[in-house]
Design a protein around this ligand. Sequence first.
Ligand SMILES: C[S@@+](CC[C@H](N)C(=O)[O-])C[C@H]1O[C@@H](n2cnc3c(N)ncnc32)[C@H](O)[C@@H]1O
Length: 430
Amino acid sequence: MSSPHARADTAERYPAGDRAMSGGMEEDDGAERLRQRKLEEALEAKSLRRIISAFLNYPEAAEEDVKRYERSFRKLPPAHKALLSHYPQKFRRLRQCISANSYFIFSMLQAFEPPIDLSQEIDCCEHSDHENMQNGDLFSSERKICSNQTALNSGGLWSSTCEAASGDGDNAKCKAEEQTNNKELASRGHHDSTARNPCGCSESPEQRRDSDGNNLADSNKDVYSSSCDWLDPSLQLHVPLVDVDKVRCIIRNIVRDWAAEGQKERDQCFKPILEELDALFPNRSSESPPSCLVPGAGLGRLALEISSLGFISQGNEFSYYMMICSSFILNHAQTADEWTIYPWIHSNCNSLSDSDQLRSVSIPDVHPASAGITEGFSMCGGDFVEVYSDPCQVGIWDSIVTCFFIDTAHNIVEYIEIISKILKEGGVSS
Ligand SMILES: C[S@@+](CC[C@H](N)C(=O)[O-])C[C@H]1O[C@@H](n2cnc3c(N)ncnc32)[C@H](O)[C@@H]1O
């Protein structure tokens, strides 16, 4: 796994020997590119730090909400307080729920392996986007962000690596939050190796689980700081509340993908897709399973279901928020119902009662590693357009399915054009 793929590329294209032979202009060009790459990576590090900070800020922001409720409650006249005498108990309960959610979030962050060195600083003075950076607007210019995500494979863990470029996306469930969220990650990607990688890339042994079953991502050389040094408070950023809202949004979205409570909704949107795939590929063989790509895979459940159906399934997703979470569930869940979260506590609307709002949800409803996945299951981080425009993707997919993704396009024709190029002759898309 080498998220700093861009750096490797640069080194290959501009080896010292070549530089010695090339003219001054080429040298300048090479130096400029290197400088650009360094800057891009530093920007990426800052962007990822901001996302991690949003996760880390969750308990504090949630506590602020409870304090606000308490202040409002205290301002009520005694007679009205008496009518709401159960409120202090509700506030205590809310704090317990926040604590449980925070435990899940911190577990998720501890399991996350940043694909880049998060301690690097941006040399703002060298860059013309200085002002944008000072304003915290890290996303306004074309830039690359790297990301990687591991995903399950029946034989063990696989890691995918992407180089990234700027891009946007959308999330029907949290449209408002996504306005900024979408800029967090996008990518020109490099796919993970799988036993039958549709891209034809060779498998790298260090990307696999070792014989003792250890997650090799932990020992991956390109993963910076396996000891969570990157969680050091000095690396954290002050983030706007809207970023923390994205974390709340993820907590809610988990229910649709990974809780028993989300089954009905999954049946409504995933089942027709799964039935269609089943009908279109009736004679799937386990020796040579058909491949299926799921762009905008969100938290990864549909990609997992497709894998369990007997396809070499690859989810593609460009949001770090989503990827950090799906990677945790896919790769680190030890049993079904391992974690308890309280997804509904942050909204005071559309709840039938306090107990409705404060109810717990167990996740995941299935143990992903025991879901009967087909070898080759993977998740690829990065912008769909960047990743799948790569020539190595042409004509390699038997099927491509999307669920609430097509309308995320800046240019829907571009999505359809890419889909038609990367499908095999006679391949299907739905
Ligand atoms: C509305 S959500 C749907 C997620 C998932 N398919 C589901 O049904 O739950 C759209 C997803 O697409 C992702 N996305 C948007 N644009 C993308 C792009 N260009 N490349 C990769 N992912 C993208 C978003 O981050 C988001 O997770």
